[in-house]
Design a protein around this ligand. Sequence first.
Ligand code: ZN
Length: 78
Amino acid sequence: MISCDVRQKLLREYSDAAEKLVPLSKELANVALSYEADMFMRIWERFRNAQQRCEHSRRALDFHTACHGCVIAAPRGT
Ligand SMILES: [Zn+2]
């Protein structure tokens, strides 16, 4: 694997974003049991934003990797 600073940065952003999803999804599960609709919607919005950030980072990472070729492609059966 070619070492690449940009890729490192994008990877870190992605894992940060993914980490933030975990506590939010737990919060969401808790509030879903509590029948507090307003609270649920508020946390749901935060969860959705975090999820979008996560997806965005993931896509940026994939895009960079594809363009830059800084990861050796998985071997394909020929
Ligand atoms: Zn790269």
